[in-house]
Design a protein. Structure first.
Length: 303
């Protein structure tokens, strides 16, 4: 966030102007600086990078694009925000006064069909999360579940294609997008090896009618849920006990005793995040856990 954006956000955050503004909230594949959905008002501050999906577009193109979907756009320079903040806020207030508030129910996709939903899965290692998620996606195609396509700074392997398995970026490109606040979540697993989920890519998949699945760690799951709120369902797959988790990890035969102890210590920490998820599915019986997960996902998507 630039200094000017930080100053402006202090005035826009929460409900300080009477209605909620959101920062970096996707609108039909475009990520504006700030938006009030109830007023369909976008506020922009000078910046070097503005994208529609992965494509940089000009101010004029952005305004035309957003106008097509009923959003007005008001722009300020960095100097205006920093040197005349009161006047900037007053201009935003006048723009809000000139627009009626609307219902913010999800809009139909401009690509046709309904917008998809978001389902977040998190769990300690060995809880059976991947087994349950893969079963849902393979045995229940009617749910139209698709993994989000992540970004990585590593090189493609084998037959991997850009935009299919991953979006492949250089470490420098990844860092630039981090600076632009373009990721829902990201992680540097070791030096210059990044993985992350772009807000714009998730929005594209939603608009195509896909129900986007996130298989992420607990911190990533909590952050994605905070970003999307009621638009997302967050599920925590929990083992019946730490001792049962130990038994499963030892039964795999793939980890050293030291590695197992490290995984268990991490699992005990991750279990403390469970109350922050919408639902906890205890996997003490795999078939029942599958059924419980299917019921929760189906009910959410049929809302």
């Amino acid at each position: 966030m630039t200094p000017a954006e930080s100053v402006l956000w202090e005035y826009l955050r929460g409900h300080q102007l009477g209605l909620q503004f959101r920062r970096q909230h996707p609108i039909y594949g475009y990520i504006p600086d700030f938006v009030c959905l109830r007023k369909r008002l976008v506020v922009e501050v000078d910046g070097a990078y503005h994208y529609l999906g992965d494509q940089p577009i000009s101010d004029e193109e952005r305004t035309k694009y957003l106008n097509e979907y009923g959003f007005d756009v008001i722009r300020f320079t960095n100097e205006e925000v920093l040197n005349d903040t009161v006047n900037v806020i007053n201009k935003i207030k006048r723009a809000m006064d000139n627009k009626p508030a609307i219902n913010t129910a999800p809009a139909p996709s401009p690509l046709g069909g309904d917008r998809g939903g978001l389902i977040i899965f998190s769990a300690p290692s060995g809880s059976g999360k991947s087994t349950i998620v893969n079963w849902l996606m393979k045995d229940h195609p009617e749910l139209k579940l698709y993994f989000s396509i992540s970004c990585t700074s590593r090189q493609p392997r084998g037959t991997e294609q850009n935009g299919v398995e991953y979006f492949f970026l250089t470490p420098e490109e990844f860092r630039q997008r981090i600076d632009n606040d373009e990721f829902l979540e990201y992680e540097e697993v070791y030096e210059n090896r990044f993985y992350g989920t772009l807000k714009s890519q998730v929005e594209r998949q939603l608009e195509a009618g896909q129900n986007v699945v996130f298989d992420v760690d607990v911190k990533g799951g909590v952050n994605i849920k905070k970003f999307y709120g009621e638009r997302a369902l967050s599920l925590f797959i929990q083992p019946p006990s730490v001792e049962e988790l130990r038994r499963r990890l030892e039964g795999r035969g793939t980890d050293t005793p030291e590695a197992i102890e490290n995984r268990l210590a991490k699992a005990e920490y991750e279990l403390t995040f469970a109350p922050q998820f919408d639902h906890i599915v205890v996997n003490d019986d795999l078939e029942q856990a599958k059924k419980d997960t299917l019921d929760l996902v189906s009910a959410f998507l049929q809302r």
